[in-house]
Design a protein. Structure first.
Length: 416
């Protein structure tokens, strides 16, 4: 047992002290701080000057209603009548004294139409605002031609009242589903990137030690099961330490900005009504997903002799994680789909797909429990099988980038 904790602490501390690990932690934490202060940073660098648009009204009766609409919609866009020649206006647009020129005219039906000129068509926010304002003017003119009152126009253009009601007792409402969808979306990304990053880290750790020939000494003094799971747990603890630092930075950053985020980011992603059970399930499925894929990664990492071959060997494993993630993304829109339900019990997809169903639906307790049991059983089976491959695989040297080497590794283990 002393050897187990010795390897575990070595894996944990060596990973914790690695420059790449420290740098990545700092970068992710810095990105969180930047995202939380994104609006403030953008406002400091953005130009707060009012966008001035010259308006040439060929109809003679569209300018005033358009100005009124624009004042209601966006006070940062200022309209002024075009009193100069076209050449002078175009020069002012080129020198950025004016944002653009809007030419208004009437169609044969007597309704407004427009041509907008500017230096670039990429700034669609200004032209979009002008188009919406002109659309409102058009609606008002059309209503007056049809002799509709303001109330009748609102009634005609208003949305159809459409409510949804679930017949199953305890089913989530539309608002609860929207909030659940936001938080599940965020946590799915967290599980996906964390599992794929730390599983890759495990494979790299095994391949690095094997390439240094230290593995031969370790194998003779420590059983492969102890060695493999010591590395997996050590790197897992390093990952949890990294996540703890990142979450702490994120938490204290959000606390400082909570007054600005309430009703916006928090409400949109469901953080204001975050359920404790969802967080608990996220932690459970993250840990089980990590152990599942880290065990598989350690097995595959033991088959390669060079660090350069690691990515090629674990690519199918990476594809499995990606497929589970894509199924989960589809399931956000239709969590009750049949294939989503079926794949939630396939162990390589369970960590993300079952978590999606737990977060989005009111499942009976036995369904996620079955998913957890399936995962635990798969981890145990993979651990026993992986230990056999691991013991022989770490002694295989030379060009080794084929899955046929799994049989060679098992044969080598059986000869001992």
């Amino acid at each position: 047992m002393n050897n187990f904790f010795l390897i575990l602490s070595h894996s944990y501390l060596s990973k914790l002290k690695a420059k790449s690990f420290i740098i990545s932690t700092v970068i992710i934490a810095a990105v969180l701080v930047l995202l939380a202060n994104f609006d403030s940073i953008i406002s400091n660098f953005s130009n707060d000057d009012t966008s001035i648009i010259a308006v040439q009204d060929e109809s003679g009766n569209l300018y005033d209603p358009l100005v009124q609409q624009m004042k209601i919609m966006n006070s940062e866009i200022e309209l002024e009548p075009a009193t100069q020649s076209m050449e002078e206006i175009e020069k002012k647009i080129e020198s950025e004294e004016l944002k653009g020129l809007l030419i208004l005219s009437e169609s044969p039906e007597g309704l407004p139409q427009a041509l907008y000129k500017s230096n670039s068509l990429s700034e669609s926010n200004v032209s979009g605002e002008l188009q919406v304002a002109l659309q409102n003017v058009k609606s008002s003119l059309a209503a007056s031609k049809l002799e509709l009152s303001g109330d009748e126009l609102v009634l005609l253009s208003g949305p159809v009242p459409f409510e949804k009601e679930a017949l199953v007792e305890g089913a989530k409402s539309e608002e609860e589903l929207s909030q659940a969808r936001g938080i599940v979306y965020v946590l799915l990304f967290f599980i996906y990137f964390s599992v794929i990053a730390y599983a890759n880290m495990t494979a790299m750790e095994v391949a690095t030690e094997k390439s240094s020939r230290v593995m031969e000494i370790l194998i003779s003094s420590v059983s492969p099961v102890k060695q493999m799971f010591a590395k997996i747990i050590g790197i897992g603890l390093a990952g949890l330490t990294q996540l703890a630092v990142i979450l702490a930075v994120g938490y204290f950053t959000m606390i400082r900005k909570k007054d600005e985020l309430v009703g916006g980011f928090f409400e949109g992603f469901g953080f204001e009504s975050l359920s404790a059970s969802v967080v608990i399930y996220a932690i459970i499925f993250f840990l089980l997903g990590y152990f599942l894929y880290a065990t598989l990664a350690a097995l595959l990492g033991s088959l390669v002799s060079r660090i350069e071959d690691v990515q090629q060997m674990i690519m199918p494993m990476t594809f499995l994680i990606m497929i589970g993630f894509f199924i989960s993304m589809f399931g956000l829109g239709n969590p009750e789909a049949g294939f989503v339900t079926i794949t939630s019990y396939i162990p390589f997809f369970t960590p993300m797909v079952m978590f999606l169903r737990v977060g989005m639906l009111n499942l009976p307790v036995y369904e996620p429990v079955i998913g957890i049991v399936v995962l635990l059983a798969t981890i145990i089976i993979l651990g026993v099988f992986g230990a056999r491959v691991y013991r022989g695989g770490v002694l295989l040297y030379g060009k080794s980038n084929s899955y046929k080497d799994i049989k060679k590794a098992i044969d080598l283990t059986s000869k001992k």
